[in-house]
Design a protein around this ligand. Structure first.
Ligand SMILES: Cc1cc2nc3c(=O)[nH]c(=O)nc-3n(C[C@H](O)[C@H](O)[C@H](O)COP(=O)(O)O)c2cc1C
Length: 393
C-alpha cells in the first residue's frame, strides 16, 4: 500500500479526499467531487445520515461479528460494492482495472461504467470478485448489444441499467474548469486551463505516459471504433433509457438486471414488474436532478413498495461505515459507494481504493459491536431513530 494512504494520519474517507485534492488537477477533482447546479442534493445525501441516530443495546458481549452479506447470490465481505464511476482512468491510469482489483482483493464487487477507459475484458480479468456492467445507451442499441455480448462472454454476472440520466445533469464546476476544452482535441482551447495541469506534474506525467485522454473502449460503434471521450455530453442526450428499452434489454441480456436511479415506490414497483432482480435507490450522488430527496430518506418508501420481492440497494453520501449500518437498518441489503472509493483511486490508485474499503470495513464492524448487534443481517429499525419529519412507512 502506498505510504501516503497507509499513513496513521489517514483515518477516514475525508483524509483520502484531501490527498486526492492535492494529487489531481482541480478540473479532475471537481469532476469527481462536485454535484449538479446548487449541489443541494449532494449535501443532503450526506446530511441525511447525520439526522439518523443510533439506539445501541448495552452490556452485550459479541464474540464473532459478521459483516458479510449476500447480494444477488454473491457472498460479499462487506455490505458495500463499488458504484459505477465514469472517467475513472482520468483519476489514475489504473482506473477501472485498479478499482476492480482492489474490490476483488477486499472480497467485494465492482460495477463498471459504460464511460470507461479500460476494456471490460481487462477489468473482469483483473478482479477476483463479482463484476457487473452498467449500461448507458451511448452509441445506440448496436453499440450496446456489442458491449453486452462482450460482457456476457467475459463473465460479468449482472447488468445495471441507470435510469436517471435522460440528459447529463449540469455540474457547474466543470465548465468553469474547462473540462470540455481539456478533453477536446484543440491545443489552443486548452491554453487557459494548462496552469492547473502543470501545477500537478505527478498526475500530468502519469496521464501523458498513459496515452492522454482515453477512448471509451466499451462503446464501439461498427465501422467507427471506440467512441471518443469528448462526445459524451452530446451522446448522453440521445441515450435516454425507457421502460420499453428494458424489455429489449431483457431479450439480449440473459442474466439478472439491476435498475439504478430510483427514488419513489411507484418507479420501484414498475422496475419489479419489468423483471428487475434488484433496484438501487440513487440520485446519482447529487449529479443529476438537483433538489431531489436524499437517498437515505427515499429508501424506506422503496423498501416498503417492493415488499421483499427484490433486493434493495442504495447509494449517495456514504462516507463512513456507520452510514452503511444506518442504510441497512432502513432496509437496504447493501450500499454502493461512489466518491468514497474514487477519492482513494485519485489519491493512490489501487492502494487508495483498498485503503478506502479497509477503513469502511473496520468502521462497520466497530459500529456493530458498539451497537450490540452481532451481524449485519440482524440490523433493523430498532437500532436507529429517525426524525419525526421523515415519512417512514
Ligand atoms: C465521478 C462520478 C462519476 C459517475 N459516473 C457514473 C456512471 O458512469 N454511471 C452511473 O450509473 N453512475 C455514475 N455515478 C454515480 C455513482 O454510480 C453513484 O450513484 C454515486 O456516486 C453515489 O454517491 P456517492 O458518490 O455520494 O457515494 C458517478 C458518480 C461520480 C462521483
Amino acid at each position: 500500500m502506498s505510504p501516503a494512504v497507509n499513513s496513521p494520519h489517514v483515518v477516514n474517507i475525508e483524509d483520502l479526499r484531501r490527498i486526492a485534492q492535492q494529487r489531481v488537477p482541480k478540473a479532475v477533482f471537481d469532476y469527481l467531487d462536485g454535484g449538479a447546479e446548487a449541489e443541494l442534493t449532494l449535501l443532503e445525501n450526506c446530511r441525511a445520515f447525520r439526522e439518523v441516530i443510533f439506539r445501541p443495546r448495552s452490556a452485550i458481549a459479541i464474540g464473532e461479528c459478521t459483516v458479510s452479506t449476500r447480494v444477488l447470490g454473491h457472498e460479499l465481505s462487506i455490505p458495500a460494492m463499488l458504484a459505477p464511476v465514469g472517467y475513472s482512468r482520468l483519476m489514475h491510469p489504473g482506473g477501472e482495472v485498479a478499482a476492480a482489483r482492489a474490490a476483488g482483493e477486499a472480497g467485494t464487487g465492482y460495477i463498471l461504467s459504460t464511460i470507461s477507459g479500460h476494456k471490460l475484458e481487462d477489468v473482469k480479468a483483473g478482479s477476483k470478485g463479482p463484476v457487473w456492467y452498467q449500461l448507458y445507451l451511448l452509441g445506440g442499441r448496436e453499440a450496446a448489444e456489442g458491449a453486452l455480448d462482450r460482457a456476457r462472454r467475459a463473465g460479468f454476472s449482472a447488468l445495471v441499467i441507470t435510469v436517471d440520466t435522460p440528459v447529463a445533469g449540469f455540474r457547474e464546476r466543470d465548465p468553469r474548469n474547462g473540462m470540455t476544452e481539456l478533453l477536446g482535441t484543440s491545443v489552443f482551447a486548452k491554453i487557459p486551463y494548462l496552469p492547473d495541469l502543470l501545477a500537478h506534474p505527478g498526475w500530468l506525467a502519469s496521464f501523458l505516459f498513459d496515452g492522454g485522454v482515453p477512448r471509451l473502449e466499451n462503446v464501439v460503434t461498427p465501422g467507427k471504433g471506440a467512441m471518443e471521450l469528448v462526445d459524451i455530453a452530446a451522446a448522453l442526450a440521445d441515450a435516454v433509457v425507457t421502460w420499453e428499452d428494458l424489455r429489449w434489454i431483457r431479450e439480449v441480456w440473459p442474466g439478472p438486471i439491476v435498475v439504478k436511479g430510483l427514488l419513489t415506490g411507484d418507479d420501484a414497483r414498475r422496475a419489479v414488474d419489468e423483471g428487475a432482480a434488484a433496484v438501487v435507490v440513487s440520485n446519482h450522488g447529487g449529479r443529476q436532478l438537483d433538489s431531489v430527496s436524499a437517498t437515505l430518506r427515499a429508501l424506506p418508501e422503496v423498501v416498503a413498495a417492493v415488499n421483499g420481492q427484490v433486493e434493495v440497494l442504495m447509494d449517495g453520501g456514504v462516507r463512513r461505515g456507520s452510514d452503511i449500518v444506518k442504510a441497512l437498518c432502513l432496509g437496504a441489503r447493501a450500499v454502493l459507494i461512489g466518491r468514497a472509493y474514487a477519492y482513494g483511486l485519485a489519491a493512490a490508485g489501487q492502494a487508495g481504493v483498498a485503503r478506502a474499503l479497509q477503513i469502511l470495513r473496520i468502521d462497520v464492524e466497530r459500529t456493530l459491536r458498539l451497537l450490540g448487534c452481532p451481524s449485519v443481517a440482524a440490523l433493523d429499525r430498532s437500532y436507529i431513530g429517525v426524525p419525526r419529519s421523515w415519512c417512514v412507512p
